[in-house]
Design a protein around this ligand. Sequence first.
Ligand code: PLP
Length: 401
Amino acid sequence: MDYTNAPGRNHLFVPGPVNIPEQVLRAMNRNNEDYRSPAIPAMTKNLLEDVKKIFKTTSGTPFLIPTTGTGAWESALTNTLSPGDRIISFLIGQFSLLWIDQQQRLNFDVDVVESEWGRGANLDILASKLAADRNHSIKAICIVHNETATGVTNNLSAVRKLLDDYNHPALFLVDGVSSICALDFRMDEWGVDVALTGSQKALSLPTGLGIVCASPKAIEASKTAKSVRVFFDWKDYLKFYKMGTYWPYTPSIQLLYGLRAALDLLFEEGLDNVIARHSRLGKATRLAVEAWGLKNCTQREEWVSNTVTAVVVPPYIDSAEVVRRAWKRYNLSLGLGLNKVAGKVFRIGHLGHLNELQLLGCLSGVEMILKDIGYPVKLGSGVAAAAAYLQNNIPMIPSRI
Ligand code: PLP
């Protein structure tokens, strides 16, 4: 059985990996090159300058690492911390859980602040821990900006404010894997010390690049951090940056050309427009969920995510069946519920290279699936709610005005 054969396009609505633009696919369709020729270092230099824009930083140092989000986590942690260091980490869903597991396996002393899945990071507890920590034993705060498993976006400026209010020097490490290039993210303004993302999310590239950006304070910390690291050692990168050759090991030439094309597309649309587009996609999806009479896993408006919506199904429905049917009958790929919310939620990813009409296709598919499996939904109800909102809010396409 060749599972890839199905008429028309696959509607890819998992919250990563996401659709890759044609321009990026074409840019990557090329031969290998000698990365020691003058061409690749020149290209890398520009990429490093441009990639800072997606983090909204001028003072940060970016690293393009052949890895995934998980490797980017490891790069952030091992370069800035030493075994035994006390860190505060928020557990709010599957990806924060996995990061915490990595932190524990790297032998940090992890102070886990847990919230019910569907809620954001508990910043009251953070405030009390910072207040009590007069001798500054907390070395870092680790937070997932957008928890992809539950569709919860944390308020990073509030975390920065608490650190400032308590005049606390802890490093501020942020997983922006399902936020950067889609949600408002301001590394310098929010005083983030390490921010990271993965290429297969809102950048709309293939998986394979972990993009990590370090503040001057994080670079300083890396000079004394004692965690063992080899492949991820920023020192090696910095040495090659200084030499002007940029690469401590062989880069993926194709991914570099893809990144160039992806950044060009984002800049052409304008980052603010990209963020506004995601906000429309998120809002339209939430309106559809409401019209279906279903609940969003996200418990409060302040945490809703504009890149992924986790839809809670009634107890008599297995959400995995929604995902199975979507793929088998409608050529639609939705996200499964993970771990604690397995069977209870399915996820609609609405990030990356995606527009409003594509989203309406997905929403109409979800309606048919819900009806298929016995949920009393009125066909067209969610699509109508989303379309009514979108019709009033979609601007002209920036490049076509
Ligand atoms: N962090 C978040 C928020 C994620 O959503 C994911 C993956 O979906 C990861 C980290 C892990 O990234 P990767 O699968 O690229 O290692």
